[in-house]
Design a binder for this molecule. Structure first.
Ligand code: MLT
Length: 406
């Protein structure tokens, strides 16, 4: 008899964004003429940069001729991409990261979800609340938690983000083995300083723990004093894995390309305390389960680092950040307290009411889709998240509809 992984039964019936999509589809069906404005899921709306489109076309043409055709590439990604990433995203910014430490993939969602597989199921995992649901759900699937009670899974250590700590969680009061962090934060848009990250790195070193650092939104950091990588922090190479993505940086949500950095110094331990390089474990997992990203897409990602690509990406980021500034200013003018929207495409808004009720109100009265904060965890209750990923025209229209309906 085929049996299921019963850990799946502990999960909420559907993934947060699928749940929202279902509610939005039902509303749209009931009001087919209404033009909804979607500021919910963080999905980009602007076209790929010209530099990437040019590189894609060229690579597709290469695939059309036997002389330049490519079959399977290296599972970890082509050297041309790994090298330019190591140089441009890290070495030129003073971080020691080598090309062999870069693993190209099809998304930070998959990598941040899959990485836990290489660790024991009986480790203690610390996860922020509110949080990108992938970190929690994948640990539930792996059997690292008990049942959910009152919005919390037994066995997880929750790192609470609150108004009081500015949504930068405090260190846990107990030893933990695996720590998830995300800055600029999804969903709150909060951004940690170097001093704050240093405390986490030191904590991980002291506890022989590992940090899974999701930096998918690093391109939105504009303040030069803020860290864009955990490897800017002394000791980061010893205890942190970093996830990066071209999705929000260069509009690759539908094109799919990302990467994970696994420094050779990062260690995990056997039951008897023997150190094992995480790089070797991830390499083993990655080469077994993944065949990398298609050649044209890797060429398109490489073009992000060309002089034109860099200019075009800067323009894209500035465009969305301008939307974010506008949303934040408008919500503040309406009397709502906001976090994020600076150095981040997300604005986290204290809705002063139940998250899902506020979501429903914006949907039904303004025809605007946001994300209810409660979907990101217990500490998200009372908040909503608005995403800046849309056209300026739509953002302006959404904000004037919201101000009319509140
Ligand atoms: C979000 O809206 O939180 C993100 O778009 C989800 C994702 O990147 O998978």
């Amino acid at each position: 008899m085929i049996r299921i992984n019963e850990n799946y039964l502990k999960l909420q019936a559907s993934y947060l964004f699928s749940d929202i999509a279902k509610r939005v589809a039902a509303h749209q069906q009931a009001h087919p003429d209404e033009k909804l404005i979607k500021l919910g899921i963080g999905d980009v709306t602007r076209a790929l940069p010209d530099a990437c489109i040019g590189a894609l076309h060229k690579a597709v043409d290469e695939m059309a001729s036997d002389d330049s055709f490519r079959g399977y590439g290296p599972e970890q990604g082509y050297d041309f991409l790994r090298e330019v990433i190591a140089r441009e995203d890290f070495q030129t910014r003073g971080c020691h990261i080598e090309a062999e430490e870069i693993f190209v993939s099809d998304g930070a969602k998959c990598d941040s979800g899959n990485f836990q597989e290489i660790f024991s199921t009986d480790i203690t995992v610390a996860i922020p609340d509110p949080v990108y649901p992938v970190y929690v759900d994948t640990n539930v699937m792996a059997g690292r938690t008990g049942e959910s009670a009152d919005g919390r899974y037994q066995g997880l250590v929750y790192l609470e983000g609150t108004r009081e700590n500015g949504f930068i969680p405090d260190l846990p009061r107990q030893p933990v083995d695996l720590i998830y962090l995300c800055f600029p934060n999804n969903p709150t848009g909060a951004m940690a300083t170097k001093e704050q990250l240093k405390q986490w790195v030191d904590f991980a070193r002291d506890n022989k723990a590992l940090i899974l650092y999701d930096a998918a939104y690093e391109a939105f950091v504009q303040d030069p004093g803020l860290p864009r990588s955990i490897y800017e922090i002394e000791g980061g190479r010893e205890v942190a894995i970093e996830f990066r993505s071209f999705s929000k940086t260069a509009g690759f949500t539908g094109t799919r390309c990302a990467y994970t950095v696994v420094p050779r110094e990062c260690m995990a331990y056997t039951g008897s305390g023997e150190a094992t390089a995480v790089h070797a474990l991830w390499n083993r997992r990655h080469t077994t389960k993944f065949n990398s990203v298609s050649y044209p897409v890797q060429r398109a990602a490489e073009a992000v680092y060309s002089p034109e690509g860099k200019t075009q990406v800067r323009e894209l980021i500035a465009y969305y950040l301008n939307n974010a500034r506008y949303i934040r200013e408008q919500m503040e003018a309406l009397g709502y307290e906001c976090i994020g929207g600076r150095n981040s495409p997300y604005i986290w808004i204290d809705g002063k009411s139940d998250s899902w009720e506020f979501f429903d109100l914006l949907l039904t009265k303004a025809g605007v889709v946001c994300t209810p904060g409660a979907g990101f965890g217990k500490c998200g209750e009372g908040y909503i998240r608005i995403s800046a990923f849309n056209s300026l025209e739509n953002v302006e229209e959404a904000m004037s509809r919201i101000s009319r309906s509140l």
